[in-house]
Ligand binder design. Structure first.
Ligand code: GDP
Ligand code: MG
Ligand code: K
Length: 268
């Protein structure tokens, strides 16, 4: 089993990687780009952990993001360890929901909880997991706190598959996704929704791959874009982005408790 470690830059990816992998690891390069590829073996298990470059989304603008997207497309990993920054929860979860759309087994590691706590922010990690349909754990990777529990997760073979995750993008976008799915037919059935959403978001890696195998897709997308622009006055990717951030905002509000707010409330 290969697990890919995904997360924003500076969230403690390297710290977590070092805490949960053993002595053996190798470093190479991702094909075609000068981005390091580091692979380690998770302690006491036969699972490999692939350290991916830190990214904020899967829509590639840089070599780092290209590597992250390609890794998913090429099925370099069967499952995902997603490190989330408790101190920047809202921003971190953007990548999380994109990863969840692949429907690969995924576990959330909420890191930097010490920094969040210092700012008076408490995050309900169980509730976060419930809302996203995955297991969720908190760590302070710099100190190794909570890391043994992450190692233990890999003891019993594969991670649990996430309960099918779905953001409702609203009738227009959902219709657009359906149209793309019809064009794709039986292609890549498990990750199809992720592929369709990323295609509509102009993810260049996905577009490049799909346009070669499905030449009619481009025309379908242009038609959808024109329809949506004329009917709604916004672009496809803007609307998808807005729906994602609204979903995330709702999740963050449900799992976050701020000390300041608690004080404010008790005053009134
Ligand atoms: P990466 O860029 O995602 O690989 O993150 P690093 O592992 O290099 O960590 C970035 C910085 O954050 C380093 O100075 C770490 O020591 C620190 N760090 C990592 N995890 C934690 C944590 O849970 N709490 C705190 N306070 N610092 C952390
Ligand atoms: Mg690093
Ligand atoms: K190591």
């Amino acid at each position: 089993m290969d697990t890919a470690l995904f997360g924003n830059p500076n969230t403690g990816k390297t710290s977590l990687f070092n805490q949960i992998t053993g002595a053996y690891e190798y470093v190479g390069n991702w094909s075609g780009v000068t981005v390091d590829k580091k692979v380690g073996q998770i302690k006491d298990s036969s699972h490999s952990l692939i350290d991916l470059p830190g990214v904020y989304s899967l829509n590639p603008l840089s070599d780092d993001e290209r590597v992250a997207s390609m890794a998913l497309l090429n099925e370099d990993a069967d499952q995902i360890l997603n490190i989330v920054n408790a101190n920047q929860l809202e921003r971190s979860l953007y990548l999380t929901v994109e990863l969840l759309e692949t429907n690969l087994p995924l576990v959330i590691v909420l890191n930097m909880v010490d920094l969040a706590n210092k700012r008076g922010i408490t995050i309900n990690v169980e509730r976060l997991g419930e809302l996203l349909g995955v297991k969720s754990y908190s760590t302070v990777a710099r100190k190794g706190k909570g890391c043994d529990e992450i190692v233990r997760l890999f003891k019993d073979e594969p991670l649990e598959t996430a309960a099918s995750f779905k953001i409702d993008y609203g009738p227009e976008i959902e219709a657009a996704i359906s149209k793309v799915l019809i064009e794709l037919g039986e292609h890549d059935n498990e990750k199809k929704r992720w592929v369709a959403v990323q295609y509509l978001l102009n993810n260049e890696i996905i577009q490049h791959t799909l346009d070669q195998s499905f030449p009619s897709l481009k025309t379908v997308k242009q038609e959808i874009e024109t329809e949506i622009r004329e009917a709604k006055g916004y672009t496809l990717d803007e609307e998808i982005h807005l729906r994602k951030t609204a979903f995330i905002g709702d999740v963050v509000a449900q799992v976050t408790e701020t000390e300041g707010k608690r004080k404010e409330l008790s005053l009134t």
